[in-house]
Design a binder for this molecule. Structure first.
Ligand SMILES: [Zn+2]
Length: 234
């Protein structure tokens, strides 16, 4: 058997207690098929796929301290919106500040930056996102919670809740819970997902194998801020 713990997504709560250090470091392509002629079995689960899309999107962010991505999915498992944190359209991200603190708050990023959730909602490619799920790297702030609720998103799946005690997170949780938005902490089945552009040239096709990742583009599921800052940035 391969070293990836497999389970049905509907039973993911069964592994909520599993620590991140207990997880495999990455998918490997060994034993990736059920047998001769069988289908590949080591494919990404839907939830891992959507969270990985959110994390990949975050790599587009210009924010030097916090890269957050979000991915909205409808009830047919189709992606209908993607976003990452950035300055508003037409507002130069070279001219506006990216710092987190300054004597004048107008000289910080906070009054200007659009969060990933806002951009994902506004980037939607359908009439509305009612009944959709939102995958996001960081638990939404209170401002994004308002947008999530008003847009009709009914579920938020988040990777990190590291600012749980901040005013923004407390208010957000209060609003989302009051509005009946289901909140779920994402439990990954693997620590890393490696994107290796060169893998398409191998005989096995696209693989998720860290051993072949040297010199290639790599993303992982740990691109979050250091924990010392309390202020919500996601
Ligand atoms: Zn926000």
């Amino acid at each position: 058997m391969n070293n990836l713990r497999k389970h049905d997504e509907k039973t993911s709560d069964n592994v909520q207690e599993q620590g991140i250090d207990d997880l495999p470091t990455a998918r490997t392509n060994e034993s990736a098929t059920a047998g001769d002629g069988g289908k590949r079995t080591d494919y990404l689960q839907w939830s891992e796929y959507f969270m990985a899309v959110a994390f990949l999107s975050a790599q587009r962010s210009k924010d030097p301290s916090s890269q957050v991505g979000a991915c909205i999915v409808n009830n047919e498992n189709k992606i209908v919106g993607i976003g990452y944190n950035g300055m508003p359209n037409g507002c130069s991200d070279d001219l506006l500040p990216w710092r987190r603190s300054a004597p004048d708050r107008l000289d910080t990023k906070y009054p200007y930056v659009c969060h990933a959730e806002m951009n994902a909602i506004l980037n939607k490619n359908c009439a509305d996102v009612k009944g959709c799920s939102l995958y996001v790297a960081l638990f939404p702030c209170n401002e994004c919670a308002k947008l999530i609720i008003q847009s009709g998103i009914c579920e938020v799946i988040y990777m990190s809740d590291k600012y749980a005690t901040s005013l923004e997170s407390v208010a957000s949780r209060r609003l989302l819970s009051m509005a009946g938005v289901h909140l779920r902490k994402f439990v990954p089945q693997c620590r890393h997902i490696v994107i290796d552009f060169e893998s398409i040239n191998s005989s096995a096709g696209v693989e998720f194998d860290p051993k072949t990742s040297h010199g290639s583009a790599v993303t992982n599921v740990e691109t979050v801020d250091p924990p010392e800052i309390v202020e919500q940035t996601g």
